[in-house]
Design a protein. Structure first.
Length: 339
Protein backbone atom coordinates (compact mmCIF):
# COMPACT_ATOMS: atom_id res chain seq x y z
CA UNK A 1 0.00 0.00 0.00
CA UNK A 2 1.29 3.50 -0.84
CA UNK A 3 1.45 6.49 1.45
CA UNK A 4 -2.09 7.45 2.55
CA UNK A 5 -1.56 11.15 1.81
CA UNK A 6 -0.80 10.28 -1.84
CA UNK A 7 -3.92 8.15 -2.10
CA UNK A 8 -5.94 11.19 -1.09
CA UNK A 9 -4.35 13.54 -3.61
CA UNK A 10 -1.24 12.45 -5.55
CA UNK A 11 -0.95 15.90 -7.19
CA UNK A 12 -0.79 17.79 -3.89
CA UNK A 13 2.75 19.34 -3.79
CA UNK A 14 2.65 19.61 -0.03
CA UNK A 15 2.46 15.82 0.18
CA UNK A 16 5.87 15.51 -1.48
CA UNK A 17 7.36 17.99 1.00
CA UNK A 18 5.94 16.10 3.96
CA UNK A 19 7.15 12.75 2.70
CA UNK A 20 10.50 14.27 1.76
CA UNK A 21 10.83 15.51 5.35
CA UNK A 22 9.99 12.03 6.65
CA UNK A 23 12.68 10.50 4.44
CA UNK A 24 15.16 13.16 5.57
CA UNK A 25 14.43 12.32 9.21
CA UNK A 26 15.13 8.64 8.43
CA UNK A 27 18.40 9.44 6.66
CA UNK A 28 17.06 8.27 3.29
CA UNK A 29 18.44 11.26 1.43
CA UNK A 30 18.04 10.06 -2.17
CA UNK A 31 14.32 9.46 -1.62
CA UNK A 32 13.99 12.78 0.18
CA UNK A 33 15.55 14.64 -2.74
CA UNK A 34 13.38 12.77 -5.23
CA UNK A 35 10.23 13.88 -3.40
CA UNK A 36 11.44 17.45 -2.97
CA UNK A 37 12.29 17.61 -6.68
CA UNK A 38 8.68 16.66 -7.39
CA UNK A 39 7.38 19.29 -4.97
CA UNK A 40 9.48 22.00 -6.66
CA UNK A 41 8.46 20.78 -10.13
CA UNK A 42 4.80 21.22 -9.15
CA UNK A 43 5.39 24.49 -7.27
CA UNK A 44 8.60 26.34 -8.23
CA UNK A 45 7.91 28.92 -5.51
CA UNK A 46 7.79 26.42 -2.63
CA UNK A 47 10.17 28.02 -0.15
CA UNK A 48 9.95 25.13 2.29
CA UNK A 49 10.89 22.61 -0.40
CA UNK A 50 14.02 24.54 -1.42
CA UNK A 51 15.03 25.07 2.21
CA UNK A 52 14.51 21.41 3.08
CA UNK A 53 16.28 20.14 -0.04
CA UNK A 54 19.21 22.39 0.85
CA UNK A 55 19.31 20.73 4.26
CA UNK A 56 19.37 17.28 2.67
CA UNK A 57 22.23 18.33 0.40
CA UNK A 58 24.14 19.53 3.49
CA UNK A 59 23.64 16.11 5.06
CA UNK A 60 25.03 14.54 1.87
CA UNK A 61 28.03 16.89 1.88
CA UNK A 62 26.94 18.50 -1.40
CA UNK A 63 27.53 22.05 -0.25
CA UNK A 64 27.36 23.86 -3.59
CA UNK A 65 23.90 22.43 -4.25
CA UNK A 66 22.86 23.23 -0.69
CA UNK A 67 23.90 26.87 -1.07
CA UNK A 68 22.05 27.07 -4.39
CA UNK A 69 18.85 25.88 -2.72
CA UNK A 70 19.24 28.24 0.24
CA UNK A 71 19.85 31.08 -2.23
CA UNK A 72 16.57 30.27 -3.94
CA UNK A 73 14.70 30.03 -0.64
CA UNK A 74 16.02 33.46 0.37
CA UNK A 75 15.05 35.00 -2.98
CA UNK A 76 11.53 33.67 -2.48
CA UNK A 77 11.43 34.80 1.15
CA UNK A 78 14.09 37.37 2.12
CA UNK A 79 12.96 37.22 5.76
CA UNK A 80 13.53 33.47 6.18
CA UNK A 81 16.04 33.45 9.05
CA UNK A 82 16.40 29.67 8.95
CA UNK A 83 17.78 29.76 5.40
CA UNK A 84 20.36 32.42 6.30
CA UNK A 85 21.43 30.36 9.33
CA UNK A 86 21.80 27.19 7.28
CA UNK A 87 23.64 28.94 4.46
CA UNK A 88 25.88 30.74 6.95
CA UNK A 89 26.68 27.44 8.65
CA UNK A 90 27.66 25.91 5.29
CA UNK A 91 29.92 28.89 4.62
CA UNK A 92 31.45 28.44 8.08
CA UNK A 93 32.04 24.72 7.52
CA UNK A 94 33.71 25.39 4.16
CA UNK A 95 35.92 28.19 5.49
CA UNK A 96 34.10 31.09 3.83
CA UNK A 97 34.01 33.08 7.05
CA UNK A 98 33.22 36.51 5.60
CA UNK A 99 30.14 35.12 3.84
CA UNK A 100 29.12 33.27 7.01
CA UNK A 101 29.33 36.46 9.05
CA UNK A 102 27.28 38.29 6.41
CA UNK A 103 24.51 35.70 6.74
CA UNK A 104 24.58 35.76 10.53
CA UNK A 105 24.48 39.58 10.40
CA UNK A 106 21.30 39.34 8.37
CA UNK A 107 19.67 36.99 10.86
CA UNK A 108 20.53 39.32 13.73
CA UNK A 109 19.06 42.20 11.74
CA UNK A 110 15.85 40.17 11.36
CA UNK A 111 15.87 38.93 14.95
CA UNK A 112 18.20 40.77 17.38
CA UNK A 113 17.26 38.38 20.19
CA UNK A 114 18.51 35.20 18.50
CA UNK A 115 21.10 33.97 21.01
CA UNK A 116 22.18 30.99 18.90
CA UNK A 117 23.19 33.22 15.99
CA UNK A 118 25.32 35.45 18.19
CA UNK A 119 27.06 32.28 19.32
CA UNK A 120 27.52 31.14 15.70
CA UNK A 121 28.90 34.50 14.65
CA UNK A 122 31.22 34.46 17.67
CA UNK A 123 32.58 31.09 16.57
CA UNK A 124 33.15 32.50 13.10
CA UNK A 125 35.06 35.49 14.46
CA UNK A 126 37.18 32.98 16.40
CA UNK A 127 38.19 31.33 13.14
CA UNK A 128 39.34 34.75 11.93
CA UNK A 129 41.28 35.28 15.20
CA UNK A 130 39.08 38.28 16.01
CA UNK A 131 38.75 37.39 19.67
CA UNK A 132 37.39 40.71 20.92
CA UNK A 133 34.48 40.53 18.49
CA UNK A 134 33.94 36.86 19.30
CA UNK A 135 33.79 37.56 23.04
CA UNK A 136 31.38 40.43 22.41
CA UNK A 137 29.05 38.05 20.57
CA UNK A 138 29.29 35.42 23.29
CA UNK A 139 28.50 38.13 25.83
CA UNK A 140 25.34 38.98 23.89
CA UNK A 141 24.35 35.33 23.55
CA UNK A 142 24.66 34.90 27.32
CA UNK A 143 22.74 38.13 27.97
CA UNK A 144 19.89 36.82 25.80
CA UNK A 145 20.06 33.30 27.25
CA UNK A 146 21.82 33.07 30.64
CA UNK A 147 21.54 29.27 30.53
CA UNK A 148 23.32 28.90 27.18
CA UNK A 149 26.14 26.54 28.18
CA UNK A 150 27.81 26.53 24.74
CA UNK A 151 28.24 30.30 24.86
CA UNK A 152 29.96 30.10 28.27
CA UNK A 153 32.21 27.33 26.94
CA UNK A 154 33.12 29.28 23.82
CA UNK A 155 33.81 32.49 25.73
CA UNK A 156 35.89 30.53 28.22
CA UNK A 157 37.88 29.05 25.34
CA UNK A 158 38.66 32.54 24.05
CA UNK A 159 39.65 33.76 27.50
CA UNK A 160 42.00 30.79 27.81
CA UNK A 161 43.47 31.49 24.36
CA UNK A 162 44.19 35.09 25.36
CA UNK A 163 45.73 34.15 28.72
CA UNK A 164 42.77 35.25 30.88
CA UNK A 165 42.74 31.99 32.83
CA UNK A 166 40.70 33.16 35.82
CA UNK A 167 37.92 34.36 33.50
CA UNK A 168 38.19 31.15 31.51
CA UNK A 169 37.82 29.04 34.66
CA UNK A 170 34.77 31.05 35.68
CA UNK A 171 33.09 30.46 32.31
CA UNK A 172 33.97 26.77 32.18
CA UNK A 173 32.62 26.39 35.72
CA UNK A 174 29.33 27.95 34.65
CA UNK A 175 29.18 25.71 31.58
CA UNK A 176 29.75 22.67 33.82
CA UNK A 177 27.01 23.83 36.17
CA UNK A 178 24.60 24.02 33.23
CA UNK A 179 25.82 20.82 31.52
CA UNK A 180 27.81 18.63 33.92
CA UNK A 181 28.05 15.65 31.54
CA UNK A 182 30.31 17.20 28.89
CA UNK A 183 33.83 15.85 29.36
CA UNK A 184 35.45 18.42 27.05
CA UNK A 185 34.53 21.26 29.41
CA UNK A 186 36.37 19.57 32.29
CA UNK A 187 39.37 19.17 29.96
CA UNK A 188 39.37 22.88 29.14
CA UNK A 189 38.97 23.97 32.76
CA UNK A 190 41.72 21.55 33.74
CA UNK A 191 44.05 23.09 31.14
CA UNK A 192 43.25 26.57 32.47
CA UNK A 193 44.04 25.43 36.03
CA UNK A 194 47.28 23.86 34.79
CA UNK A 195 48.26 27.09 33.05
CA UNK A 196 47.77 28.89 36.37
CA UNK A 197 50.06 26.35 38.03
CA UNK A 198 47.27 24.62 39.94
CA UNK A 199 48.09 21.08 38.82
CA UNK A 200 46.08 19.40 41.58
CA UNK A 201 42.82 21.01 40.48
CA UNK A 202 43.76 20.30 36.89
CA UNK A 203 44.20 16.60 37.70
CA UNK A 204 40.84 16.58 39.48
CA UNK A 205 39.14 17.93 36.33
CA UNK A 206 40.94 15.44 34.09
CA UNK A 207 39.83 12.65 36.46
CA UNK A 208 36.24 13.77 35.99
CA UNK A 209 36.63 13.90 32.21
CA UNK A 210 37.95 10.32 32.26
CA UNK A 211 35.10 9.22 34.52
CA UNK A 212 32.64 10.62 31.97
CA UNK A 213 34.52 9.21 29.00
CA UNK A 214 37.09 6.50 29.81
CA UNK A 215 38.22 6.38 26.17
CA UNK A 216 39.02 10.08 25.88
CA UNK A 217 42.73 10.06 24.94
CA UNK A 218 43.05 13.82 25.33
CA UNK A 219 42.06 13.57 28.99
CA UNK A 220 44.84 11.07 29.76
CA UNK A 221 47.35 13.17 27.85
CA UNK A 222 46.46 16.34 29.75
CA UNK A 223 46.48 14.56 33.08
CA UNK A 224 49.89 13.14 32.19
CA UNK A 225 51.10 16.66 31.47
CA UNK A 226 49.90 17.82 34.89
CA UNK A 227 51.62 14.89 36.60
CA UNK A 228 54.79 15.74 34.67
CA UNK A 229 54.56 19.32 35.98
CA UNK A 230 54.34 17.95 39.53
CA UNK A 231 57.44 15.81 38.93
CA UNK A 232 55.43 12.58 39.11
CA UNK A 233 56.97 11.12 35.97
CA UNK A 234 55.80 7.54 36.50
CA UNK A 235 52.15 8.58 36.61
CA UNK A 236 52.76 10.89 33.66
CA UNK A 237 54.21 8.09 31.55
CA UNK A 238 51.35 5.79 32.54
CA UNK A 239 48.84 8.36 31.30
CA UNK A 240 50.74 9.00 28.07
CA UNK A 241 50.79 5.22 27.54
CA UNK A 242 47.01 5.14 27.83
CA UNK A 243 46.58 8.12 25.50
CA UNK A 244 48.75 6.35 22.90
CA UNK A 245 46.81 3.11 23.33
CA UNK A 246 43.57 4.97 22.62
CA UNK A 247 44.93 7.12 19.79
CA UNK A 248 48.18 5.67 18.43
CA UNK A 249 48.41 8.06 15.48
CA UNK A 250 48.57 11.34 17.40
CA UNK A 251 52.21 12.54 17.45
CA UNK A 252 51.91 14.83 20.48
CA UNK A 253 51.35 11.91 22.83
CA UNK A 254 54.65 10.30 21.79
CA UNK A 255 56.45 13.61 22.16
CA UNK A 256 55.05 14.10 25.66
CA UNK A 257 55.99 10.57 26.73
CA UNK A 258 59.41 11.10 25.20
CA UNK A 259 59.87 14.23 27.28
CA UNK A 260 58.93 12.37 30.47
CA UNK A 261 61.34 9.57 29.62
CA UNK A 262 64.03 12.16 28.94
CA UNK A 263 63.45 13.71 32.37
CA UNK A 264 63.86 10.27 33.92
CA UNK A 265 67.18 9.85 32.11
CA UNK A 266 65.79 7.14 29.82
CA UNK A 267 67.25 8.74 26.70
CA UNK A 268 66.96 5.71 24.44
CA UNK A 269 63.25 5.43 25.20
CA UNK A 270 62.86 9.17 24.72
CA UNK A 271 64.56 9.06 21.32
CA UNK A 272 62.32 6.15 20.28
CA UNK A 273 59.24 8.20 21.18
CA UNK A 274 60.50 11.26 19.33
CA UNK A 275 61.21 9.06 16.30
CA UNK A 276 57.59 7.97 16.27
CA UNK A 277 56.31 11.53 16.73
CA UNK A 278 58.41 12.71 13.78
CA UNK A 279 57.32 9.75 11.65
CA UNK A 280 53.70 10.76 12.24
CA UNK A 281 54.43 14.46 11.71
CA UNK A 282 57.64 15.18 9.80
CA UNK A 283 57.22 18.93 10.47
CA UNK A 284 56.97 18.58 14.25
CA UNK A 285 59.55 21.16 15.35
CA UNK A 286 59.22 20.44 19.07
CA UNK A 287 59.94 16.73 18.56
CA UNK A 288 63.13 17.52 16.60
CA UNK A 289 64.22 19.93 19.32
CA UNK A 290 63.52 17.43 22.09
CA UNK A 291 65.28 14.63 20.22
CA UNK A 292 68.29 16.92 19.77
CA UNK A 293 68.36 17.33 23.56
CA UNK A 294 68.43 13.57 24.08
CA UNK A 295 71.06 13.02 21.38
CA UNK A 296 73.20 15.73 22.96
CA UNK A 297 73.11 14.02 26.35
CA UNK A 298 74.11 10.66 24.87
CA UNK A 299 77.01 12.43 23.12
CA UNK A 300 75.71 11.87 19.61
CA UNK A 301 76.91 15.22 18.32
CA UNK A 302 76.11 14.68 14.64
CA UNK A 303 72.47 13.72 15.19
CA UNK A 304 71.99 16.38 17.86
CA UNK A 305 73.19 19.13 15.53
CA UNK A 306 71.17 17.75 12.61
CA UNK A 307 67.96 17.71 14.67
CA UNK A 308 68.68 21.14 16.11
CA UNK A 309 69.14 22.57 12.62
CA UNK A 310 65.82 21.05 11.54
CA UNK A 311 64.03 22.29 14.67
CA UNK A 312 65.24 25.86 14.03
CA UNK A 313 64.33 25.64 10.36
CA UNK A 314 60.77 24.64 11.27
CA UNK A 315 60.49 27.10 14.16
CA UNK A 316 63.13 29.88 14.36
CA UNK A 317 62.13 30.57 17.99
CA UNK A 318 64.04 27.41 18.93
CA UNK A 319 67.32 29.23 18.27
CA UNK A 320 66.64 31.55 21.21
CA UNK A 321 66.10 28.62 23.61
CA UNK A 322 69.24 26.67 22.82
CA UNK A 323 71.81 28.75 24.69
CA UNK A 324 69.76 28.57 27.89
CA UNK A 325 69.19 24.81 27.68
CA UNK A 326 71.82 22.90 29.66
CA UNK A 327 71.09 19.75 27.66
CA UNK A 328 73.26 21.36 24.99
CA UNK A 329 76.03 22.40 27.36
CA UNK A 330 78.50 19.92 25.88
CA UNK A 331 77.89 21.49 22.43
CA UNK A 332 78.11 25.17 23.37
CA UNK A 333 81.82 25.38 22.58
CA UNK A 334 81.61 23.25 19.45
CA UNK A 335 82.49 25.09 16.25
CA UNK A 336 79.47 23.62 14.45
CA UNK A 337 77.02 24.69 17.15
CA UNK A 338 74.33 26.93 15.56
CA UNK A 339 76.43 27.39 12.40
Amino acid sequence: MGDPIFILNPKFPRAYVLRGKAYEDKGEYARAISDLDQAILRNPKDVEAFNLRGTVYVNKGEYARAISDFNRAIVLNPNLSEAYIKRGTVYYDTGDYAWAISDFDQVILLNPKHAEVFNLRGNTYDEKDEYARAISDFNQAILLDPKYSDAYYNRGFDYADTGEYALAISDFSQAILLNPKLSQTYIMRGIAYRQKGDNDRAISDFNQAILLDPKFAQAYNNRGFAYKNKGDLDHAISDFNQAILLDPKFPNYYNNRGFANHKKGNYALAISDYNRAIFLNPKYAKAYYNRACSYSLVRNKEKALSDLKKAIQLDPENKNKVKQNKDFKNLWNDGDFLN
